[in-house]
Design a protein around this ligand. Structure first.
Ligand code: ARG
Length: 267
């Protein structure tokens, strides 16, 4: 009887093993959650001088928002990397990139030959030009009219460059500010006669500050500018990813959707 019991037990055990084995064979592929976690995507630190609406600014919650931000977020999503935006004052922004504190810069940065010496730029992503802001009753009609006047600019911008060229390197009439909004506030206060800055920013400010009593003056003498996203000189790997993402968002209409949100449909 003992033997019979053992036999039965053996048969049962064998059956269980077979069942277990076949069950294992039929089991579905392990769920993705059980797979080893993929290496987390690299998070690139993006520097931006967030006092430049509508390209980059801080909202009431302190979040960095704007056209440039959405363009870089869309690029990153396409190219498969992650980004973290860090508010970085314009003065020193290029240095931060060079020193490694930032991997990318998006800050309505005009691609210039001089800057190309010390950093690499993506393909252009936005066309711009300088624009003059003056009080509504000003007689200024051209850029040359600014020559005898006090003119506000943001230090180290292309606006600073053209105004310094017109008024002269040693002119004390070039009033340099650490941000473009500060220069425009000074125009409102009467401390300067004009401000020269990127058209998109000047237009946005004038449109949103009716109380300032400003008007804008454009001049065909201003050379066309193009914005680029900057990487450290020689960072070809990241630059290629950025350009690939930029191409993709231009091709699938998402660039146009972001453009339309901030500036209306593209002509
Ligand atoms: N486009 C101009 C330049 O490159 C001004 C850019 C200033 N950008 C900013 N976020 N403050 O010089």
């Amino acid at each position: 009887n003992k033997r019979r019991f053992l036999n039965t037990a053996a048969v049962l055990a064998a059956g269980l093993i077979v069942a277990a084995c076949s069950k294992q064979e039929e089991a579905p592929a392990p769920a993705p959650a059980a797979a080893p976690a993929p290496a987390p995507a690299k998070v690139y630190v993006v520097g931006t001088d967030a006092a430049y609406a509508p390209f980059e600014s801080q909202n009431e919650q302190g979040q960095i928002v704007g056209f440039d931000i959405e363009v870089v977020q869309a690029i990153a999503a396409k190219a498969g990397f992650e980004v973290k935006f860090v508010n970085t004052p314009w003065e020193g922004i290029f240095n931060e990139l060079q020193q490694g504190g930032r991997d990318l810069l998006v800050s309505a940065i005009t691609i210039t030959d001089e800057r190309k010496q010390t950093m690499d730029f993506s393909d252009p992503y936005f066309d711009a030009a300088q624009l003059i802001a003056v009080k509504a009753d000003s007689t200024v009609a051209t850029f040359a009219d600014l020559k005898p006047l006090k003119v506000g600019v943001q230090t180290g911008t292309t606006g600073d460059e053209v105004v310094t060229q017109l008024l002269g390197k040693t002119s004390t009439n070039v009033k340099r500010f650490e941000s473009t909004p500060l220069a425009l506030k000074e125009l409102e206060a009467g401390g300067v006669d004009a401000v020269v800055a990127d058209n998109g920013v000047v237009q946005h400010y004038v449109a949103n500050n009716a109380a300032g009593g400003f008007k804008t003056v454009s001049d065909p003498a201003f050379v066309p500018e193009q914005y680029g996203i900057a990487v450290r000189k020689g960072n070809a790997e990241l630059l290629a990813k950025v350009n690939e993402g930029l191409k993709a968002i231009r091709a699938d209409g998402s660039y146009d959707a972001i453009h339309a949100k901030y500036f209306g449909a593209r002509k």
